[in-house]
Design a binder for this molecule. Structure first.
Ligand code: F0G
Length: 454
């Protein structure tokens, strides 16, 4: 391990340890908080270990036309800012990252914004943003000689972990909450050969069980409590900054579940600023589902300084999390960047997802909280007409096809949930129609929707 370049710093008490000294559950033995990766050489201006921002911008752009395997990864293309491996030759990659940044003209017009974009992390190899973190942390596991890796998951982490473990010839153990994950994700864990346990508890319960298992058995924990996950997940911040020619957007809007992703993106932008590669931080806002909103409640109650876990309920199963592990890190990101944390209703999530779909941008429900949250921020006057906004879409639409079909069939929401937005929902619904096998029948179906469908 490249311990001369990186160390782990406890987010709570500031204790510093070597990379290979972390406890199996990645909790600080002094105070119980989580660690983050730190690169001591970066702080010495003029020091030989401090990356040269100007040179890196040039090098990273050059790598876009390189034929090296590692340069085809949108994570390892930025490897100078994640020197966590002894040898980059040990990196396990599926060519993650390099995700598209889509303009959203319809949503922008509806909201009166000039510049609205979606950074679609669902376009990663296993269909979610988790791939960027998994390539980093699983590579560390491989380099340290582990045979088994494990995670608790609402589905996407397990899909990513199982795929990367399979590529590395390693074995993976998945704990998922029984009956509460989308089928697409469960099928991926099976496809990639994981041992998948459907545990009779929720996500928070799964993580608790797994934390005890890794203390007993030589299994490497790959949840986002593992600080190396966040090193990979910070790289979309680099991609976003690069896409805007290093003039960062005004707002980045991220869904919040276990709160690793918002923490990681915040770290990415912070590091770019510390290295002088960008001149300011974007405001980073975290959006949760109303029924799984511990951080939003914490911001309302005490400005994000203390968090009460909740029992989580939302159809956006990816973010059905009541006791988020990385809440302190995420809270600091929101506060330091001047962003907000809010929650949105099930109806708002469903509408936002359908609206994105109508722009040709499919996403899973957890991703759509970002557009729902943006609407609130615009209505409250926190996001202005001239602002540039990037929504981080975290998962692919095919992860949870049941949700989409139920919405369009009018079976997703309860009457009470749909009532406040009934007209909007009706206008967006596109249920399939059954017709006879004749041109006449299809033309009649076409006639029936003319004028009704915008
Ligand atoms: N969006 C999607 C599609 C997710 O899968 C997750 C988390 C999030 C947002 C929230 O990200 O936890 O970093 O705040 N999914 C995890 C999993 C928990 O197990 O796949 P976060």
């Amino acid at each position: 391990m490249n311990d001369n370049l990186h160390q782990l710093r406890c987010f709570g008490c500031g204790a510093r340890i070597r990379g290979d000294q972390a406890a199996p559950d990645f909790r600080c033995v002094v105070c119980g908080d989580l660690f983050e990766v730190e690169y001591p050489g970066w702080s010495q201006r003029g020091g030989t270990d401090r990356p040269n921002g100007g040179a890196l911008k040039w090098l990273w752009r050059e790598r876009k036309s390189s034929s090296e395997l590692l340069d085809h990864s949108g994570v390892w293309r930025f490897r100078e800012l994640l020197p966590i491996l002894d040898s980059f030759g040990n990196a396990v990659t599926l060519r993650e990252g390099h995700t598209p940044l889509y303009h959203l003209p319809r949503a922008a017009k509806a909201l009166g914004l000039d510049q609205l974009y979606a950074k679609h992390q669902g376009m990663n190899p296993t269909g979610s943003f988790k791939d960027t973190g998994m390539t980093a942390a699983l590579s560390v596991a491989k380099e340290r000689g582990f045979e088994w890796v494990a995670c608790a998951s609402t589905g996407n982490t397990s899909a990513a972990m199982a795929a990367y473990a399979a590529r590395a010839g390693m074995r993976s153990l998945v704990l998922i909450p029984e009956g509460k994950i989308a089928w697409g994700k469960l099928s991926q864990a099976m496809d990639y050969g994981a041992l998948t346990c459907q545990v009779k508890t929720d996500f928070d319960g799964c993580l608790k069980v797994l934390t005890e298992i890794v203390r007993e058995a030589p299994i490497y924990l790959l949840n986002s409590v593992n600080p190396y996950r966040l090193e990979g997940q910070k790289t979309p911040a680099f991609e976003i900054a690069e896409s805007f020619d290093w003039h960062v957007p005004d707002h980045i809007i991220v869904p919040g579940g276990n709160l690793g992703n918002s923490s990681a993106l915040g770290k990415g932008f912070r590091e770019l600023k510390e290295l002088g590669m960008i001149s300011r931080l974007p405001k980073i806002s975290v959006i949760q589902a109303e029924g799984a909103n511990p951080l939003a409640r914490s911001f309302r109650a005490n400005g994000g300084t203390a968090l009460e876990p909740v029992e989580a309920h939302t159809r956006a199963t990816a973010i059905r999390i009541g006791n988020p592990a990385s809440w302190r890190k995420a809270s600091q990101v929101v506060i330091e960047t001047g962003g907000w944390c809010l929650d949105v209703t099930e109806g708002e999530i469903a509408i936002a997802k359908a609206e994105l779909g109508r722009e040709g941008i499919g996403s899973e429900p957890a991703s759509a909280v970002t557009l729902a949250g943006l609407k609130r921020l615009v209505a409250d006057g926190r996001v202005h007409e001239s602002d540039t906004v990037v929504l981080v879409l975290t998962g692919h639409t095919l992860k949870d096809a049941d949700y989409t079909i139920d919405f369009h069939r009018g079976k997703l929401l309860s009457d009470a949930e749909a009532a406040p937005k009934a007209a909007e929902i009706e206008a967006l619904r596109r249920d399939a129609v059954e017709v006879e096998g004749s041109p006449k029948a299809v033309l009649a179906a076409l006639e029936a929707v003319k004028g009704r469908w915008a």
